[in-house]
Design a protein around this ligand. Sequence first.
Ligand code: SAM
Length: 215
Amino acid sequence: MVEHDALSATREAYDAAAPTYARLFRDTLRDSPLDRAILGAFAEAVRASGDGQVADLGCGPGPVTAYLDELGLAAFGVDASPVMIKLARQAYPDLRFDVGSMAALNIADGVLGGVLSRWSIIHTPPKELPIILAEFHRVLAPGGHLLVGFSASDDPSHPTQVFDHTVAPAYRWWPDHLAAMLRKSGLAEVARMVREPQPTDRRQFQEIQLLARKA
Ligand SMILES: C[S@@+](CC[C@H](N)C(=O)[O-])C[C@H]1O[C@@H](n2cnc3c(N)ncnc32)[C@H](O)[C@@H]1O
């Protein structure tokens, strides 16, 4: 079981932050060609491996779920924060958004063509992450793809580092360490995109988006 405390704290923090977060990140992809590129590659990979439904897990207020829909995927969003889900439903009334936990998804085994998790695993205490990776593996169909986004640790001897996220306690990961955990969960790395920190970024961390495939 994922500790109730960490998930409750994350949920409460995002409930409180949701209106501001939704306003700040509504157009998150507009100025980010790299994000659009990797999401486009993810969409093509999903289509090529059977075109099943895609879950955007930890979807926040939903703009990325909506972008997946624009790319032609059958996308829906799940988030632990009921306020985030309310805002997502208001902004994108034609799409499906469910309240739920990544550690215990209300999704049948092996039904999804894709799972997207953009900066949603960062709030999971490291010892609990294997539970969530096992859920990603469980809900994906054979050949299905995972795209996971996270902030990189900069010290391989400390594969996880706590960082000062504005909303809730968060952890960054040494990318090879996370790739090895995915492999252990049955999700083999296909590719990864590394975005170097830019002078205007508030946090000077590499951002990683790792594409993996269920055998
Ligand atoms: C940093 S925001 C990212 C939102 C969105 N994926 C994006 O790219 O803008 C993290 C989101 O993940 C959700 N989240 C964190 N841990 C979760 C969990 N265990 N289950 C479901 N949602 C979770 C939070 O409520 C929050 O909306």
